[in-house]
Design a protein around this ligand. Structure first.
Ligand SMILES: [Cu+2]
Length: 235
C-alpha cells in the first residue's frame, strides 16, 4: 500500500497518517475476527441441542469497552498531531535557493479553463510546467479566473482548490530533483481532463537560469510585437 511516494515534509506526514490508519484497521479486523472465532468455538452447542445463550459478565464488558476507548483516543490524538504537523511551513534547507532562506519562494498560480499559469517573482511566467528549486520552501498562491480548479500534485502536497475571488496557498519543499505529475481533480468544464500540470524540481542554479531565460524570451516576444505595431504591420 504505497499510497504516496512523498517528496515533501507535508505529504510525508500524510503518508505516515495513512499507514497508521491502515495498521489500526488491520488490528481491528484481526481482533474482531479472532474474538468471534474464539467465542463461536468455545460456546458451540452440540448437534441438535439448543444453543446456550451467553452474556459476558460486567467486568469483561468494561474491560473490552475500555480497551476500545483507549484505542479510539490514541487514533484521534495521532490524527490531530500528524495533520497539524502536515500544516507546518517547513524552512528551506541548506541546498535550497539562497533568497528563499528567510521566507518561502512565492509563485502565483492561476487556474483558468483549462490551463495552469505560473508567475515567478522576476516577472517570468510559464504555462503547464512549474519549475522550482529543490530543498526550497515554495508557496503557491492559488487563484482562479473562472471556475473552481484543483491543484493536485500528490507527491508534493495535499490537493487544494483555486477558487475565483479567493486566494489559497499550497506549501511544499521538494526533497529530490525530478518531475512530479499533477492530476485533474475537479470537474471544471469540458477540457478539465487534460488540465494537468507538471512540476520540475531542479537545482537552484537551474531554476535561476530558467526564470532568467524565460523572462528574456517573453521580453523579446513583447518587443517584437511592439516593433510590428510601430511599423504598422499589426493593426
Ligand atoms: Cu480545472
Amino acid at each position: 500500500m504505497a499510497a504516496l511516494a512523498p517528496h515533501s515534509p507535508g505529504s510525508d506526514q500524510i503518508n505516515t497518517l495513512l499507514w497508521i490508519g491502515f495498521i489500526a484497521a488491520a488490528i481491528l479486523v484481526v481482533a474482531i475476527n479472532g474474538a468471534l472465532i474464539y467465542t463461536v468455538r468455545r460456546y458451540r452447542g452440540g448437534r441438535g441441542a439448543e444453543p446456550r445463550p451467553t452474556t459476558g459478565d460486567r467486568r469483561t464488558q468494561l474491560r473490552v469497552g475500555g480497551v476500545l476507548t483507549v484505542f479510539a483516543a490514541v487514533l484521534l490524538v495521532l490524527g490531530i498531531v500528524y495533520t497539524e504537523k502536515a500544516r507546518e511551513v517547513p524552512a528551506s534547507g541548506a541546498d535550497g535557493l539562497e533568497v528563499a532562506h528567510s521566507e518561502p519562494l512565492k509563485i502565483e498560480t492561476t487556474g483558468q479553463q483549462w490551463l495552469w499559469r505560473y508567475d515567478y517573482p522576476n516577472g517570468a511566467f510559464s504555462y503547464y510546467k512549474l519549475v522550482v528549486p529543490v530543498d526550497t520552501t515554495v508557496e503557491l498562491r492559488l487563484l482562479s479566473t473562472d471556475v473552481i480548479h484543483t491543484w493536485d500534485v500528490p507527491e508534493l502536497a495535499a490537493k487544494r482548490d483555486a477558487v475565483p475571488g479567493k486566494t489559497s496557498e499550497v506549501v511544499f519543499r521538494a526533497d529530490e530533483e525530478g518531475i512530479y505529475d499533477g492530476n485533474s481533480a475537479t470537474f471544471s468544464g469540458q477540457a478539465y481532463g487534460p488540465m494537468r500540470t507538471e512540476v520540475d524540481v531542479v537545482s537552484p542554479q537551474e531554476y535561476e537560469s530558467f526564470v532568467k531565460a524565460q523572462r528574456a524570451d517573453i521580453q523579446a516576444a513583447q518587443d517584437r510585437v511592439v516593433g510590428l505595431i510601430e511599423k504598422g504591420e499589426v493593426p
